[in-house]
Design a protein around this ligand. Structure first.
Ligand SMILES: [Zn+2]
Length: 356
């Protein structure tokens, strides 16, 4: 039997959580994150945990315009920008402001998302909008191309947005695969650039509203994509010098990534231990996307992973296991069930073009 698609796994989880089946919910959760549960399944949890983490990190946020793109546009580093996933109020305010500055503005929507899994179930009740703004006529071209909802439309929109051709072609392939497998395009896209699993230059960090690259690069070292990032960072530096430093600090933090809405930002530095890539850290904070990843999923992640990460100060991940240590002693180890699902993303210096 073929392994279940990601949207099926989320649906299994949601159904188990809704009927209060702690054993099934926990089993689905571990399938989702690609690890084997530590405790034997014969001793299932009595009830679903409900406690949420006290502290979170807001990396990917819905409903807020990406300020970095606004700087890039107003600073002239980009001719056209698409601001995605905005509330009606935010979209209206942004469209008004950019229009007053003399930009061509097109608003599209409404649409809805369920923490980015392609499924008809439990669609978000909160309608979302895009604002596309350009100095020339590109905003209309992008909106028109996207209306097609075809691969060719995605290609034309990407090129009209000024993204590098190599990265646009790469994204069209990802989109084709997403349509074929019914998996979330964002999930596939994030895992798709070449060079995954190796340390990458920090401007290629894709999991934050502060990321200078707002598209999916063909590789984490793509010179075209990093050149694009350098132009955006240059515009930020001109308009808000302290913003450039803040972005670098935020994007240098390593990430322990499981799924698109489910990952941890680590305040720490790269280490090696017994040949495995690792991070020594002072804090491990879960991302909060602000869109409403189901509380049951966040609570279970906190109970199974978050608490252990909080008690530790170092972790390692290789093809075989995720291990958490406290003061050099092993605290917990999960065997990796699906290699490539959990990822440890570590970031290095920017190439010369992206430096100050
Ligand atoms: Zn590229």
């Amino acid at each position: 039997m073929a392994s279940p698609s990601l949207s099926e796994l989320y649906t299994h989880f949601s159904r188990a959580a809704a009927r209060g089946d702690a054993r099934a919910a926990r089993a689905s959760f571990y399938q989702l994150i690609g690890l084997r549960p530590r405790a034997p399944e014969e001793a299932p949890p009595a009830a679903l945990p409900t406690a949420l983490p006290a502290r979170t990190a807001s990396l990917l946020r819905y409903f807020q315009p990406r300020l970095i793109d606004r700087h890039a546009l107003l600073g002239g580093a980009r001719q056209v920008v698409k601001f995605e996933d905005l509330s009606l109020t935010e979209a209206a305010a942004l469209a008004r402001e950019l229009g007053q500055r003399g930009l061509k503005v097109v608003r599209t929507g409404p649409y809805s998302k369920r923490f980015d899994v392609t499924t008809t179930a439990e669609a978000s009740a909160r309608p979302l909008y895009n604002v596309i703004a350009s100095w020339g006529t590109q905003a209309e071209q992008v909106a028109e191309a996207e209306q097609e909802r075809s691969l060719e439309g995605a290609r034309r929109a990407g090129l009209a947005l000024g993204y590098p051709a190599c990265c646009v072609e790469h994204f069209v392939e990802v989109e084709r695969r997403a349509r074929a497998t019914r998996d979330s395009v964002n999930e596939l896209a994030l895992r798709s650039p070449r060079g995954q699993g190796q340390d990458a230059p920090w401007p290629s960090h894709l999991l934050s509203n502060l990321s200078p690259i707002g598209f999916v690069p063909c590789s984490l070292g793509c010179p075209e994509a990093l050149g694009f990032a350098a132009r955006v960072l240059g515009a930020v530096e001109q308009r808000a010098p302290e913003g450039r430093q803040l972005i670098e600090r935020a994007l240098r933090r390593p990430l322990l990534f499981f799924r698109y809405p489910l990952f941890y930002a680590l305040d720490g530095v790269a280490t090696e231990r017994e040949g495995a890539r690792g991070v020594r850290y002072a804090a491990a904070l879960p991302n909060d996307d602000g869109l409403g990843t189901p509380p049951a999923l966040r609570a279970l992640a906190h109970d199974e992973l978050g608490r252990v990460l909080a008690a530790g100060d170092e972790l390692t991940l290789d093809a075989g296991a995720l291990s958490v240590y406290a003061q050099g002693a092993l605290l917990a180890r999960w065997e990796v069930e699906r290699p490539g699902v959990p990822l440890l993303l570590r970031f290095t210096d920017a190439p010369a073009a992206c430096r100050r």
